[in-house]
Design a protein around this ligand. Structure first.
Ligand code: GUN
Length: 295
């Protein structure tokens, strides 16, 4: 039987509507407009699209946003100086540095410069540490989006075996840590697989919930998935497609057609995890603005 399609497009609309309502409330009760600064360095076309989409989503939710577009050759020190300036600017409750950064810039030096109180991306070690300690403030947006999708579609991870493929700091490690916590929406048994994992399929076939975050197009094939698994595809890969006007199409890390024949539920690409990441960014920015009122 074909799997239930978990629509990130639909769920993100609900989340964004909720955020919009709460932003209106914050304005009327505290005369406060949440603000987000987005920094983009260089001209990677995919990153430019993501940044534009984040700006539009902010507009629709009533969140003030400003994007800072810097040339690819910007020195690291200049970027860090901009982050410090934004840290001190009360208009902004959130600061996001779009990744990846150009090769000459040390990503850690920049991410660590963001004030943890404005780190709505949840990538500063303070926030990653708080997540690990079971007392999170800002959870990275994609992991938070994955959890939200599972919970809003009745796929509570509690007591389930979640297998995460990928160990990036932005998705694999934090999503594993998030779903491991002894708290509502989590409490799973978690395995993390990576490029060093021997016999990957033997582990992925044990998953009740399989999260693919490897960054390789259609890497998870049907033979790696147990009947009835819930499959969450975090990948967004561009592959050449001469039949498309722009010359490419987007595909996930999961071989969608065949896997949807064995899975009980699956997220599509596009229209799955991607829109959830943006919705959770808005939610974190709202939360940060609220924290600034009570601080
Ligand atoms: N690049 C791809 N996804 C993300 C994200 O969630 N945050 C940031 N900062 N960069 C990204």
């Amino acid at each position: 039987m074909a799997a239930e399609v978990i629509s990130g497009t639909e769920i993100s609309k609900q989340v964004r509507a909720e955020v919009t309502e709460e932003v209106t409330l914050l304005k009327s009760q505290h005369n406060l407009v949440p603000g987000l600064a987005v920094i983009l360095v260089g001209d990677d076309p995919a990153s430019a699209v993501y940044v534009r989409n984040k700006g539009r989503a902010c507009d629709e939710a009533g969140i003030f946003s400003e994007s800072f577009n810097l040339p690819a050759e910007t020195p690291e020190s200049e970027l860090v100086d901009l982050v410090k300036k934004l840290n001190a600017d009360p208009k902004f409750h959130g600061i996001l540095v779009q990744l990846p950064l150009p090769k000459h810039i040390d990503e850690k030096a920049v991410l660590y410069a963001v004030d943890p109180n404005k780190d709505v991306d949840g990538l500063h070690p303070f926030n990653l540490g708080r997540l690990m300690a079971g007392d999170p403030i800002f959870v990275p947006c994609t992991p938070a989006g994955v959890q939200e999708m599972l919970m809003r579609t009745g796929h509570d991870p509690s007591g389930k075996h979640v297998v995460v493929c990928g160990r990036s700091n932005i998705v694999g490690k934090p999503v594993a840590m998030l779903l491991l916590q002894k708290m509502a929406g989590a409490n799973a048994t978690v395995s993390i697989c990576h490029t060093g994992t021997a016999d990957l399929g033997a582990i992925t076939r044990q998953a009740d919930i399989l999260i693919a975050a490897v960054g390789k197009a259609e890497f998870i094939t049907a033979d790696m998935v147990k009947e009835g698994t819930v499959v969450i595809d975090v990948g967004i890969n561009r592959i050449d497609d001469a039949s498309k006007k722009n010359g490419y199409r987007l595909t996930g890390d999961v071989d969608y057609g065949p896997v949807s024949e064995v899975a009980s539920a699956i997220t599509p690409v596009p229209g799955g995890v991607g829109p959830m990441t943006i919705a959770m960014l808005l939610k974190n920015t709202l939360a940060s603005a609220r924290r600034s009122v009570s601080a």
